[in-house]
Write a protein that binds this ligand. Structure first.
Ligand code: PEP
Ligand code: MG
Length: 328
């Protein structure tokens, strides 16, 4: 099987009925970028910039951040990289970045985290914005904000980038060739306000790890709950379908970057819901490319519509049988 997957490296994933599906990887360290060539993925759909912060004993200097982002883009070449601004706080605590009161939180996952930290400690976001803008001089830049719950949070984060961009322009520094901004959809409240975001964003990536925990109110790190809620539940699938439909016909690219997309049945379900871009763990790229090549999209989307019209408690059984029938 290993050999088959290595053989998938140069395969461009295309469904049986001729739709090209983009399969990208999630990454966070400089060394992860090697996985692009190993897997032949279409790009990095999620670069978790907080890893550099987490492995460092002190706040990484701006120059150090710039170097990392530049190295990653150099290594990726023509393939796009989506840089997610830091998602720290919550369970990813940094010794050098504490609450003012130094206290822990009762619910860190829904606490002082990600963009909430970045907008408050805006020196952090300013430095990261400058580092990204400088690293992308002369080439395209994709920036994604995590844990956006309200459209104004996107506006506030983008304003920090605009301010840094204006500064670089005044300094007559080389600027990125183009900048695309996007959001992670992982807090359900944002789904109710997508119409307000559509004119502002170029892409949206559904983070099914956090989305699942917030949709079911089930801590993703609590082992007692790990088996309780299924990604193939009607709640998740209908939610994703609604988001896909809301964005259909708009210019916003939609992808899924949570762990869900790297699993075979789940990826199949996502294809059936209209998702055409997945960003997944590198080890899953070969298997998912292989899966894509076996799928007829019109068939799986019709099946998904039927199942979701009168769904069982979860669709795992139905999708498993459907896939087995087709030797998928
Ligand atoms: C997610 O929440 O689905 C996601 C991809 O981000 P992270 O796992 O880094 O929270
Ligand atoms: Mg997340």
């Amino acid at each position: 099987r290993q050999a088959i997957y290595a053989g998938m490296r140069d395969v461009q994933p295309m469904t049986r009925d001729g739709t090209r599906v983009k399969v990208m990887i999630n990454a966070g360290l400089r060394d992860d970028v090697a996985n692009l060539n190993l897997t032949g993925a279409d790009g990095i759909g999620l670069f978790r910039t907080e890893f550099q912060f987490l492995v460092s004993a002190t706040l990484p200097q701006r120059e150090k951040q710039t170097r990392l982002y530049r190295d990653v883009m150099d290594a990726a070449g023509d393939r796009p990289v989506i840089f997610r601004t830091v998602d720290i706080g919550g369970d990813k605590t940094l010794p050098y970045l504490r609450h003012d009161d130094g206290e822990g939180e009762e619910n860190p996952a829904m606490g002082w985290r990600a963009l909430r930290v970045a907008l408050e400690r805006d020196a952090l976001l300013k430095a990261q914005a400058r580092a990204l803008l400088e690293a992308a001089a002369g080439r395209p830049l994709n920036v994604m904000f995590p844990m956006v719950a309200e459209p104004w949070e996107f506006d506030a984060a983008k304003a920090v980038f605009d301010q840094q961009l204006a500064y670089l322009r005044r300094q007559k520094k080389a600027l990125p060739e183009a900048i695309r901004y996007g959001v992670m959809l992982e807090v359900p409240s944002l789904a109710e306000q997508l119409d307000l975001l559509v004119p502002k964003i170029a892409f949206l990536s559904i983070g099914t790890n956090d989305l699942t925990q917030f949709l079911f109110a089930a801590d993703r790190s609590n082992p007692k709950l790990a088996e309780r809620y299924d990604w193939l539940s009607p709640a998740i699938l209908r939610f994703v379908r609604r988001v896909v439909r809301t964005l259909e016909g708009t210019s916003v690219d939609i992808s899924v970057c949570g762990e869900m997309g790297g699993r075979r049945l789940e990826a199949l379900a996502l294809l059936g819901l209209g998702v055409r871009r997945l960003s997944i763990t590198p080890a899953a790229v070969g298997p998912i490319k292989e899966l894509v090549g076996k799928v007829d999209l019109s068939e799986i989307s019709a099946a998904m519509d039927d199942w979701l019209a009168a769904p069982p408690a979860n669709l795992r059984g139905a999708i498993t049988a459907w896939a087995a029938d087709r030797d998928i």
